[in-house]
Write a protein that binds this ligand. Structure first.
Ligand code: SF4
Length: 334
């Protein structure tokens, strides 16, 4: 079944591969290593639709890994604004500098893994797609496809070693990069979490979940853990049409990004003087960020003209906080 499933999947990929700015067409030589690496880092936790235009802009601004290695960190963080998970941007710069200094990317999964910011998934994806190494590339989409194909009805967290073994056994020696991308495409567009399009799936003849008549049941959902909720304060200080912004400390959440000054987000409940609040979900907690007016600016920062706020490189949380503050001020003025 394994060999035939891989062949069928590659045939399907040849006809239906998604056209993406970081890819080569099926069966063609791989794209530049830099493009593969950059796209895989951008795609960690961010959707293809969001990444596409941002990838193009990034490549125009820094067309090679050497150019990126020489870029000032602040410029890269600003370009990254809105993509989230800012530790990725900092690792991106660190990695570009290591790669430029050694004269290029290492070519094996094991060596790629040693670069800053390359976890197991990204190292495997770059090794398979850019260098044709026969390694399994397993993300959450691929885990779901394999669990369904083999009728694994336990939660993925429990079945992970088994799923990985099956993925390794399925990965062909020929075209492992195309195979990895075919699996990613299948998980994203056909074997979706809800309502998988089994009738359009090249693996349906071999698929245990499809044969069961209820493919969505595979794998079992993971038990939901409630995320803790926090409150934080952001200081709102304006003068002559400008708002006071600071750069966040390099380490920690949104590290190195521009933002409103404030506390450490461990405020005990809602502050009485707040005039606007935005809610935001991080991976490990949810946050209500309360805006509080403050007459004098706090911390080292700068006055950012409000009509140029789009150029400040604010991450989504602070961009939304500024929007909420301005709209509330507008309401109060009416
Ligand atoms: S047949 Fe359906 S459940 Fe099975 S792999 Fe294809 S899309 Fe997924």
């Amino acid at each position: 079944m394994l060999a035939s499933a891989a062949t069928q999947l590659l045939e399907h990929y040849d006809a239906h591969a998604r056209v993406l700015p970081w890819r080569s067409p099926p069966g063609m030589p791989p794209p530049e290593h830099y493009r593969v690496w950059l796209s895989e880092v951008m795609l960690q936790q961010t959707t293809v639709a969001t990444v596409k235009p941002r990838f193009r802009r990034f490549i125009e601004r820094w067309p090679t890994v050497e150019a990126l290695a020489e870029a000032p960190e602040e410029a890269v963080l600003q370009e990254w604004a809105g993509l989230g998970y800012y530790a990725r941007a900092r690792n991106l710069i660190a990695c570009a500098r290591v790669v430029a200094a050694r004269g290029g990317f290492p070519t094996s999964e094991a060596e790629l893994r040693k670069l800053p910011g390359l976890g197991a998934y990204t190292a495997a994806a770059v090794a398979a797609i850019a260098f044709g190494e026969q390694v399994a590339v397993v993300d959450t989409n691929v885990e779901r496809v394999i669990a369904r194909l083999y009728g694994i009805d336990r939660p993925v967290a429990e079945a992970r070693p088994e799923i990985r073994q099956l993925a390794e056994a399925m990965t062909p020696a020929d075209r492992p990069g195309d195979f990895a991308q075919a699996m990613m495409d299948l998980g994203a567009t056909v074997c979706r979490p809800k309502k998988p399009a089994c009738l359009a799936c090249p693996l349906s003849n071999d698929c245990a979940a499809f044969a069961s008549g209820d493919p969505e049941r595979f794998p079992a959902p993971k038990a939901k853990k409630a995320r803790p909720h926090r409150h934080g304060i952001a200081w709102w200080t304006t003068r002559d049409g400008a708002v006071w912004l600071v750069r966040r400390p390099a380490k920690g959440l949104l590290g190195g990004m521009a933002g409103l000054p404030g506390d450490d987000w461990h405020h005990d409940g809602v502050p009485t003087r707040t005039f606007a609040t935005v809610s935001h979900g991080f991976t490990h907690f949810t946050l209500d960020l309360h805006l509080v007016e403050r007459p004098e600016p706090a911390g080292d920062g700068w006055w950012q003209p409000l009509d140029l706020i789009g150029e400040a490189g604010l991450p989504t949380l602070y961009a939304r906080a500024v929007e909420a503050a301005l709209s509330r001020k507008h309401e109060l003025a009416d």
